[in-house]
Design a protein around this ligand. Structure first.
Ligand SMILES: [Zn+2]
Ligand SMILES: [Zn+2]
Length: 159
């Protein structure tokens, strides 16, 4: 059994959920700023801020993953699997059909060179299908919609 921090609202990770998306959800549910989260973990602000921006390529170290693991009650191994792929596609992407099944950003969508969802055989979207605005970084996906025109992720169309 992992030691559970009494003040923490537990947030379950979805299968395939990306690290940044989970971290954003965890912080919002617990009303934690990046700064406060960093303080709880004993880690510098800049590090934690960078975890939510995959293009900065600053994944947690092994020790940082262990500290985070205790806080969020998810094993370091599972957290490791949620990290961005080594070969990273920089623009945030979405499979709207996956999103209907589970409203999360998936780490595998960011694998460079793979432009099709392996579950649905549909092209991954790099922008809103209505207005063409790019997606925000997944840690900020709390509204579940295009930040410009408001189209819901699950209503976006592909191809
Ligand atoms: Zn899909
Ligand atoms: Zn839009």
């Amino acid at each position: 059994m992992m030691e559970v921090q009494p003040w923490v609202f537990h947030v379950q990770a979805y299968p395939q959920e990306s690290f940044g998306h989970f971290l954003g959800r965890f912080r919002r549910v617990n009303y934690l700023s990046i700064k406060t989260l960093a303080e709880h973990l004993g880690i510098r602000y800049e590090w934690v801020a960078a975890w939510e921006v995959p293009s900065r390529r600053r994944n947690p170290t092994e020790l940082q993953l262990i500290a985070l693991s205790k806080l969020v009650s998810i094993s370091p191994q599972q957290l490791q699997q949620m990290l961005p792929p080594q070969q990273l596609h920089l623009a945030t992407r979405l499979c709207p059909v996956c999103y209907i099944e589970a409203p999360v950003h998936q780490a595998k969508w960011q694998r460079a060179g793979i432009d099709v969802c392996d579950r649905h055989q549909l092209p991954l979207l790099s922008a809103c299908s209505a207005c063409g605005t790019g997606f925000r970084t997944p840690a900020l996906w709390d509204n579940r919609e295009c930040e410009y025109c408001g189209l819901l992720f699950e209503e976006m169309t592909v191809g």
